[in-house]
Structures are given as structure tokens and as C-alpha cells.
Ligand binder design. Structure first.
Ligand code: NAD
Ligand code: GLY
Length: 267
């Protein structure tokens, strides 16, 4: 199945969010339309890489990209300074230059970590997002917020760094554990509360059919895109997107990050 929806985000960088099903295998070709073949570090956690990593790698290699792979243990605990430092060293050991780029394949933890690395490696290189969780598809892969957690709290070190492309394959949600899918539903309901009563009622009617997901992702990304376009650096209206997050971040921190982000926002 091809890309069924394309949403343009216009911020300090203008880029496309490509949404569809079964498009992971086309990731290399879709990327080559915006970044010509060169070297890239593919960043993924051990769970996601095990399921999708080789297929995605093959897709890029088949289009002439030279791929180096950085795999880290899944979970919020990896979103810290020591993992960031390991990733930056890996980029250097892989001889990534300023014209090369980083690929984030996974959920919000992968996207935030890989995006932050891209913002500081050699003073900033390109990166693309390939979200594999519902939450990452509708929120963290779009808008350019990247970060790691400090001991003092959540997302306390980071940068605004827009990706060059987002490729969202809703087929990847088929392998999500139900509680991880629910994390994304919490953020989707947030968009419904903020901006779209129809979207809110979709969730209050009960379970979501897989065929409806590309449309729901497109709706959420459009809402986020229009907010980010007007307030990229979060000094005004973008703060609406933090609905539930002040208490949510406290719940995450006080639980030692055992309560996942989406659940904490829902609380
Ligand atoms: P995550 O990246 O930890 O993924 C959740 C779990 O799902 C992980 O164990 C992962 O291995 C697994 N997984 C991912 N994709 C899978 C798939 N397709 N099939 C099976 N398992 C899969 O967490 P998340 O909920 O995606 O993201 C939460 C993070 O995102 C938090 O750190 C939060 O702060 C951040 N976030 C950032 C922004 C932003 O704007 N940058 C916005 C919202 C959330
Ligand atoms: N997730 C909140 C934001 O991107 O602003």
C-alpha cells in the first residue's frame, strides 16, 4: 500500500509527514526523495530493531545508503545523558560527517534521543523520524522537541531540532502491546479535548479499528502541525500541547519512570 496521507509541516525547516500502511519497506526510496544516498546511523531499541530493523536497513541499503546500526535497551531508562554520549561516540566511530544523517526507528524514547544527538553531533546534522508507536506517530516524531532526562527531572536537557522527514507506517502499531497503544490513545484524546470534538467522540465510542488509524494520525499531526507552525519554540500556544504534562511528568519522575509517559498524561 502506498503513502495515503502527506502532511506538510512548516517550521524553521519545512518537511513532510508521510502516513500509510506497509510503507516501512519503502523507507529508503521515500528518504532518497529528500536526502540523496549517503551514510546514516540507524538508532533503534532492541525490541523495535528485532521486529523491524533488518527490513528497514535493507530498504535503505537497497537505495544506496550506507547504514551503521546503534541499538540500545528499550525503555525510558535509556533516555539519558550516558546513552546520548554513547550514541555520539558511535556516530564519530562510524565516521559520520556533517552531510550524513541519523534515522530514528522506534517510539518516543528513540526519537527524542536520536533527535537530540542529531542536534549536537558536529553542531547539528539532519535526522529523520520513523515512528513505530501510536504516541510517537501523533506527537513526538513531529514538531522538533528532542531531549533526554536528567536525574533532576524529565526532558531537562534538549534542543529544538526539526526532522527532515517523518515516515509513519501505521502497520507497525499491529505489534504494539495494548498498554503501549493506550499511551498513544491518551495523547490522541488530548488533541480531541484541545481541538477536535469529532476525534474525542471517536475515542469515547470505544475500540479503534486499524483501518481508521492513518486518518486519526493525519488528524492529530495536522492539529500539532498548525500549532507548531505558529509557535515552534513553545512560548505561547504550543503550551496547549502540554495539557496534562506538568502533573504527568511529576508522576513519571516520582514513579522512577515505571509509569509510562502516555499513562502519566492520562492520569
Ligand atoms: P517508547 O519509545 O519507550 O516505546 C514504548 C515501548 O514500545 C518500548 O518498549 C518499545 O520497545 C516498544 N515498541 C515501540 N514500537 C513498537 C512496535 N511497533 N511493536 C512492538 N513494540 C514496540 O515510548 P513511547 O510511548 O513511544 O514514547 C514515550 C517517550 O516520548 C517519552 O520519553 C516522552 O517524554 C516522549 N515524548 C516526546 C514528545 C516530543 O514532542 N518530543 C512528545 C510526547 C512524548
Ligand atoms: N508534546 C508537546 C509538544 O510537542 O509541544
Amino acid at each position: 500500500m502506498p503513502v495515503t496521507q502527506t502532511i506538510k509541516i512548516s517550521a524553521s525547516e519545512t518537511y513532510s509527514v508521510l502516513i500509510g500502511r506497509d510503507i516501512l519497506k519503502d523507507a529508503g526510496r521515500l528518504t532518497s526523495e529528500v536526502i540523496s544516498p549517503r551514510s546514516a546511523v540507524l538508532v533503534s531499541d532492541d525490541t523495535v530493531f528485532y521486529i523491524y530493523g533488518e527490513a528497514v536497513k535493507k530498504s535503505f541499503s537497497g537505495c544506496g545508503f550506507d547504514i551503521f546500526t546503534f541499538i540500545f535497551p528499550h525503555g525510558e531508562g535509556s533516555k539519558d545523558i550516558s546513552m546520548l554520549s554513547r550514541l555520539l561516540e558511535f556516530c564519530a566511530e562510524s565516521k559520520l560527517t556533517r552531510s550524513d544523517f541519523i534515522i530514528a526507528l522506534g517510539g518516543g524514547v528513540t526519537g527524542d534521543l536520536a533527535g537530540f544527538a542529531a542536534s549536537v553531533y558536529q553542531r547539528g546534522i539532519k535526522y529523520i523520524q520513523i515512528p513505530t508507536t501510536f504516541l510517537a506517530a501523533i506527537d513526538s516524531s513531529v514538531g522538533g522537541k528532542t531531549a533526554v532526562n536528567l536525574k533532576s527531572g524529565k526532558n531537562l536537557a534538549g534542543a529544538f531540532k526539526q526532522p527532515s522527514l517523518v515516515i509513519c507506517d501505521c502497520g507497525a502499531f499491529d505489534t504494539l502491546p495494548p498498554e503501549v497503544f493506550a499511551d498513544g490513545s491518551a495523547e490522541a484524546i488530548k488533541y480531541g479535548v484541545l481541538a477536535d470534538a469529532g476525534l474525542f467522540s471517536t475515542f469515547s465510542r470505544g475500540s479503534i479499528q486499524p483501518a481508521a488509524l492513518p486518518g486519526i494520525v493525519a488528524k492529530c499531526v495536522s492539529i500539532k502541525g498548525s500549532i507548531v507552525t505558529n509557535d515552534e519554540y513553545d512560548t505561547g500556544n504550543r503550551q496547549l500541547l502540554n495539557l496534562g504534562h506538568t502533573i504527568g511528568h511529576a508522576v513519571e519522575k516520582c514513579s522512577g519512570y515505571s509509569v509510562p509517559h502516555g499513562h502519566a498524561v492520562a492520569i
